[in-house]
Write a protein that binds this ligand. Structure first.
Ligand code: NDP
Length: 480
């Protein structure tokens, strides 16, 4: 069976313990590869390799760093089919989604930061003819990048690209639930000629590999995307060591639908925002608030569309909703559906395991689920489910829906549908959310600040924000 190895000091190596975790294809429920079960010894090796590579890499010109990154981006493009297939098998997402969305975005992440670094500049603050201040922005050292299982290569590259472009060396840990594309990516880095030790990938479990990275004394920067609970644990360990932290955490995003929306487009986009990638995107809209006057009309149109979504084999082109990424997560989602019923919710469609035949009969499939009749403060509407489950709720006024939207500890993304421009600006300003989409969802410009408020995270990724995060500013004041 194929073994997923670590990438340390430019080579693919087995974990020191030589132990492995079974890697399961969620669409069949069967083990299909073995993932390195690394520990703090492997992290120590990787960190030493990164430390040794840092002086040379940080002194490489930005155009030379750019060149190697663009080569990596080109190789992702060349290997699009293989990477998309691997992502679909590993994660459970439809193959067409990996091919058209995720892998091209991974390529774009590397390309974007590989070119951005050529334009990155720092500030100068002249004090008339008395003095001149200028800011040096230098790479920091070895940084840890820890990423989750929902958009594996997409989120992995979103972190490592700015870190490497800025001149840091990286020790990265993908989720052990979906390690395959990061492994293929390490082969691409070798082929592209990335100098040894500049990027190191250590596979394994969060409490072992992730925790060893977080507490490592020679890693002063951590960029983490994952759950809020894990983020809090990382912050707890990192704070007394004064590490620089970027935390992209969970979401429970409101999707607000006003009666003056473009109805057909709103229904279509709301279905997409609810169930893309089985609802396993931190940006999905899972609390749908509908203005009372169109509630019934929207409900029937939305449920009708949701029922059309084909759940099935991720490799088939007609599949719209694939497998849930792991049995653990599948059980968690079904648990939340039970909770919604206990809390008095009515299931309008879905609400149970989806039966998929033939090679996928033992996979982890759940029908897209729409629930109504719940209070905005109940657990179902407060906690992140991170699956194909949404709730519908009615609102009467703009003030009321802003209160509903903000009545949650998360603040990552908000979606608004209205044709009233003034209202769009007003509500966008009032919701406590790091990102607001008006009449669209997941329309991304990589230059924009990306991240959440409240328990959705600390800091912002994207564009200059990311390059500033991965550099240390130093002001130099010269008396003239
Ligand atoms: P987790 O928090 O469980 O895991 C994220 C990563 O952290 C994994 O690689 C995990 O390893 C690792 N990890 C676990 N424990 C520790 C630890 N003690 N120290 C260091 N690292 C650790 O999240 P999931 O993988 O379950 O991902 C889903 C979550 O990610 C959702 O809450 C979702 O909202 C959030 N997310 C946020 C995004 C954003 O941009 N704000 C984007 C995408 C997802 P292991 O897999 O072995 O547990």
């Amino acid at each position: 069976m194929q073994k997923i190895l670590n990438y340390i000091n430019g080579e693919l190596v087995a974990p020191i313990s030589d132990s492995y975790i079974e890697n399961i294809d969620p669409s069949t429920g069967k083990i299909y590869s073995l993932c390195a079960d690394s520990d703090d010894h492997d992290v120590a090796l990787a960190t030493d390799a990164a430390l040794a590579a840092f002086p040379a890499w940080s002194n490489t010109s930005s155009s030379d760093r750019s060149k190697v990154m663009l080569k990596i981006a080109a190789l992702i493009e060349e290997n699009l089919e293989a990477l998309a297939l691997a992502e679909s098998i590993d994660q459970g997402k439809p193959l067409w989604l990996a091919k058209n969305g995720e892998i091209p975005r991974a390529q774009a992440n590397i390309h974007f930061f590989g070119t951005a670094i050529e334009h990155f500049a720092s500030e100068a603050h002249p004090m008339g003819n008395h003095a001149l201040n200028y800011t040096l922005r230098t790479p920091i050292g070895v940084v840890a990048c820890i990423s989750p299982w929902n958009l594996p290569l997409y989120l992995f590259t979103w972190k490592i690209a700015p870190a490497l472009a800025a001149g840091n060396c990286v020790v990265a840990k993908p989720s052990e639930v979906t390690p395959m594309t990061a492994f293929l990516f390490s082969k691409i880095c070798i082929e592209a000629g990335l100098p040894k030790g500049v990027l190191n990938i250590v596979h394994g479990l969060g409490p072992k590999v992730g925790a060893a990275l977080t507490s490592h004394p020679n890693i002063p920067v951590i960029s983490f995307t994952g759950g809020t609970k894990t983020g809090a644990e990382i912050a707890r360990v990192a704070a007394p060591m004064f590490k620089k932290l970027s935390l992209e955490l969970g979401g429970k995003n409101p999707n607000i639908i006003f009666a003056d929306c473009d109805f057909e487009k709103t229904v279509k986009e709301s279905v997409r925002a609810s169930f893309t990638n089985q609802g396993e995107i931190c940006l999905c809209g899972s609390r749908i608030y509908i203005e009372a006057s169109i509630y019934e009309k929207f409900k029937s149109a939305f449920v009708e569309e949701v029922k059309k979504l084909k759940v099935g084999d991720p490799l088939l082109p007609q599949t719209k909703v694939g497998a849930i990424a792991s049995q653990l997560h599948y059980d968690k989602i079904l648990g939340y559906i039970d909770l919604a019923k206990e809390e008095g919710g009515t299931i309008l469609c879905g609400g149970k395991t989806a039966a998929v035949e033939e090679r996928c009969k033992d996979g982890f499939f759940i029908e897209p689920t729409v629930i109504e009749g719940l209070n905005h403060l109940c657990r179902t509407n407060q906690e992140e489910i991170f699956g194909p489950v949404v709730t519908l709720q009615k609102f009467e006024t703009e003030e009321e829906v802003i209160e509903f939207a903000n009545s949650n500890n998360y603040g990552l993304a908000c979606i608004l549908f209205t044709e009233n421009l003034t209202r769009a600006h007003r509500v966008a300003a009032a919701v406590k959310s790091g990102i607001v989409w008006v009449n669209c969802w997941l329309l991304r410009d990589l230059r924009t600040p990306f991240g959440g408020m409240k328990q959705s995270g600390v800091g912002r990724e994207g564009g200059w924000e990311a390059l500033r995060f991965f550099t240390e500013p130093k002001n130099v004041c010269i008396k003239l």
